[in-house]
Design a protein around this ligand. Structure first.
Ligand code: FES
Length: 125
């Protein structure tokens, strides 16, 4: 059902964990399936210097969170905002049709974290 790259990220997920003193941490859930992603970012000078997550979800959610963390690490916030669910699935070489929605979790969490970070940065001005 899954290709080799998806299976690799599912079996060896990258960047799993929680950053100790994150710049921002968000929890995002998919109301349809109940899967949840806890995402923490360390940001310096508008750049993601560290990214970690904990995922409670299906195999595709694990693989998409893993590849999304690899894609986002080292990117500027503006670049990271361009990481869409479709790009994540493409980077994995595609997902089965019924699993395509699973990449929304990582893309949504990344967006939510960056928006949250920017909101709190504005408040501290
Ligand atoms: S079924 Fe919920 S994210 Fe995959």
């Amino acid at each position: 059902m899954y290709n080799e790259k998806v299976m690799d990220h599912f079996n060896n997920p990258r960047n799993v964990g929680t950053i100790e003193e994150p710049s921002v941490i968000v929890q995002v859930g998919d109301p349809d399936c109940g899967d949840t992603l806890l995402l923490s970012l360390k940001i310096k000078k508008e750049k993601i210097i560290d990214i970690k997550y904990k995922i409670y979800g299906c195999g595709a959610a694990v693989a998409t969170s893993s590849i999304a963390s690899v894609m986002a690490r080292g990117k500027s916030l503006d670049e990271a905002l361009k990481i869409t669910d479709k790009l994540i699935a493409k980077e994995l070489g595609g997902l089965p049709k019924e699993k395509e929605h699973c990449s929304n979790l990582a893309a949504g969490a990344l967006r939510a974290a960056i928006n949250e970070y920017r909101k709190s940065a504005l408040k501290s001005l």
